[in-house]
Ligand binder design. Sequence first.
Ligand SMILES: [Zn+2]
Ligand SMILES: [Zn+2]
Length: 317
Amino acid sequence: MNQLRWHALLQQWVVVSTGRQDRPQMPADWCPFDPGSGKVPDDYDVSLYPNDFPAFSPAAAPFAPAPGLFAETGPRGACDVILYSPEHALPPSQLTVENWRKVIDLWTQRTREHAENPDITLVAVFENCGEAVGVTMPHPHGQIYAMPFIPPNVERELASARQYADAHGGDCLYCRLLSEELKQDRRIVASDGHFVAFVPYAARFPAEVAIYARRHTRTLLDLNDEEKSSLANCISIVRKKYDNLYGFVMPLMMTVKQAPLQQPQAPYHLHVQFLPLQRSATKLKYLASIETGYGTFLADTAPEQMAENLRRCEPQT
Ligand SMILES: [Zn+2]
Ligand SMILES: [Zn+2]
């Protein structure tokens, strides 16, 4: 079964994709992402690999929901794995800036391809890193989900940004938040001429960091050459800082959030979000009842203190 079902109470789509249960356990000494496996090019720096068990796929029924409490529709879209490097055991935090730049170029290229496909509404670029996030495959990789609808968190951000723009002569909410962060200068972690990394004022996850573009850009497609290199550098700095915070590879989720495609009016601002799960050197943050059941997050560390801790970690800028 591969379908989207409407959650009438939360007003969001749930992907029911039962084939994913049958994902095989990989043999311990074999990795499909290694050159020579026959599954990927024998020689690559970064590579795109179509997900073998996609939640969204081009072959699925189209997204055309009829209204109703028990609405269902097809998950037409695409799911790809982005291989960051041919080196099996390299943690993403150890990628060079040049390597991150190649990853960003591949994200951008895939976004451009999806932008021409009327079935795709949102390109979700992300990475799950670490066993604590459920990743069993150590090979450095991220993913891209090309989705036929706008997922609820992006929908909510769009509604907030629309409301703000309406009340402030069309201004961008994200640009305003960034300029306030720069003015207050209490939660900045790193920055350069094009991007700023900071712990958000109301961070929900321990050591959460956001990277905002200084220039108002909506998708990866808007970034110029210099900005892409700057983003690569900024991601590299944050990832290295994370590993130096507790002395091991930080388990985290990384999302690269962009505006919906084919909606030039949608008020959005390209940003990267890091959601780490480690709340101290020995403790993990679990999304328990109050977070998952009620949607209210509890943070154990003041964002200002966490920003200070991250600023002090190498590499210092
Ligand atoms: Zn591998
Ligand atoms: Zn903006």
